[in-house]
Design a protein. Structure first.
Length: 160
């Protein structure tokens, strides 16, 4: 009976160790990206604190950080994955908030459920990417231009 209990504990320990290793290995790329984004945002935009971090995968992949500068100004920094020297910096006050972007979507569409929203970059323009389910439970992506001064079509929707 003792050998059976010891064997079960050993098996449980192996499974636990394997699970921890899988988790560690799966979070390593995102942690590396966040570290790079934090470093670049401090270097290029004088960010002193980072409140949010997004990864956007479109035609190009971007790392986006939102944080504050020394003067307290809240800014967003878009860092391309392939060319991290070409950053885009915008004041959050010059753009739509996450809730404003969702409200713009709701003016045109009737989402059944909002799944998530993140900052991204579409054709070199900062956007909010909002994923949602429509009334037929189909996955949709809406792109709302971030900058209030953007004179482009306020949103685009892609159905999947």
């Amino acid at each position: 009976m003792k050998k059976w209990i010891i064997g079960l504990c050993l098996l449980l320990l192996i499974v636990l160790g394997f699970s921890v290793n899988v988790y560690y290995q799966s979070t390593k790329p995102i942690n590396k990206a966040e570290s790079l984004a934090k470093k670049k945002a401090k270097e290029k935009a004088n960010l002193v604190s980072m409140d949010q971090f997004y990864v956007y995968n479109g035609k190009e992949s971007y790392y986006i950080t939102v944080g504050k500068q020394k003067n307290g100004e809240k800014i967003a920094v878009w860092i391309p994955e392939k060319n991290s020297e070409r950053v885009t910096i915008e004041k959050m006050s010059d753009g739509l908030s996450k809730q404003d972007a969702i409200n713009k979507l709701k003016e045109k569409e009737t989402p059944k459920k909002i799944l998530g929203s993140r900052l991204g970059m579409l054709n070199n323009e900062p956007v909010w990417e909002i994923s949602y389910l429509d009334q037929s439970s189909r996955l949709n992506y809406a792109y709302i231009y971030f900058l209030k001064s953007s004179n482009k079509t306020p949103y685009m929707i892609y159905n999947i």
